[in-house]
Design a protein around this ligand. Sequence first.
Ligand code: HEM
Length: 471
Amino acid sequence: MTDQTLPHPPLSGPPVSRWWGCFPELRRDTLGFLLHCQSYGDVVKLPMGLVIGLLLRQRDAAMYVLNHPADVKHVLVTNQGNYRKAPVAPAESRIFGHGVLHSEGDTHHRQRRLFLPFFHGSHVTAYTDLITGKACEQMAQWQDSTTLDIGREMAHLTLSIIWRLLFGRDVRSESEMIRETISAGQRLIKLQYDSLLASAIPLWIPIPRHRRFTQGFNLMETMIVRSIHERRLGPDRQDDVLSLLLSATDTEGRPLTNEEIRDELMTFLLAGHETTANALTWTWFLLSQYPAVRERLTQELHEVLGNRIPTAADLPRLRYMKMVWDESLRLYPPAWALHTRLANAQDHLPSGAVLPPGAWVFISPWNVHRHPRWFPDPDRFDPERFSEDAKHTRPAFSYIPFGAGGRRCLGESFAELEGQLILATMASHVHFHIVDGQTIQPEPGMTLHPTVPVYMIVQRLSLPAARPVLA
Ligand code: HEM
């Protein structure tokens, strides 16, 4: 019997529109719909409807949502060569260009080989003082009982850190503009994914949402290109990503062009600060909702650090804090959906399902992390799920906040260091209390962010003994 004649178990899925497929449901409530899909099996088939099928010239075009960790491993790791990234919304493509996030094949391998040593665990610990120093600077601006938009504070903090990592200097007044451009970009990208019409209007047509995005984006681009020029002219070599890119060569031994360097810097700028800022925002929100967890965390920090600012060497001893961080990334994974993969050829998954060539494969950490089979009572925030014993009761790949395989997050070591150092530095000296009356819900955009600003009141516990001096 050939592959074609083997009896394949039929895949089921929720009823969807004949013309528009699963898109109306996904648009209405993406996160809720994905969770609803869990009840249809390990692999859920979501037809994309006749209209998209016609546009793609693909009969029976469908998305396949993977719910089983073994299938996740198969697609991301074991048989990753069979999959490529699906096309993205025009605004997303404009932002990331041909940087490492979207490239494929040999180019992608070369880019990863270039960045891996820089983002390797032992190299990133050199940034400990930068991270804790910036966290202390930010905390010093908060008076007791001040109300903060915590997402905004975390975004400024992580932006100031990634900017130093990329350009070796401090971000100046540009910070607010960058944040606004990213918000405009998030809104536009979401709209382009939600509406065929919106994605069909070229970005150069100056409707208000395009203008808001392109004006800010062009400014960001100009800043980046100016930094590249200044560095090319200047004598100094620094240990930053810009220097790394300027000394890199392509497969033919040629230096990278300004456009190639710009694409990489833009990719790291966006991939490297929004994600961590959202992870921290959700963590502060969760801690404010679970005072017993916060007390236990404060106690651990007190025992391990006293009034000291943490270093990378302290992190292995801050075990409960790591459990809190992991559980927060489980409940609110900033990368809530991995980039959709397209199957090159038919593939048999370990769960028994068969994906046809051209299948759109959708893997969502949000969905996998909230599967009751691996995480009972999945909506509850319970750091104990990440105790050493509990971790071993679950299959590998049931927890994938940083993805897996050849496209696993390049900045994972840095994000882990940064997130936990900020958490340790701040949680030992302040508590954040949520302002009453807010309804905080997750919104799936480029990252998983709260639908509204999260306002929190600062309670100062103590002042740090001494803070790192930043060069
Ligand atoms: C909590 C913070 C972060 C989370 C949850 C996160 C998550 C992810 C995930 C899930 C992917 C894989 C996407 C896919 O397979 O479709 C990814 C890729 C990537 N991330 Fe992160 N990330 C974080 C922070 C960072 C930081 C700090 C940087 C840079 C300093 C970074 C740079 C990248 C890059 C360059 C890629 C593309 C890798 C490739 O395609 O080869 N990320 N990230």
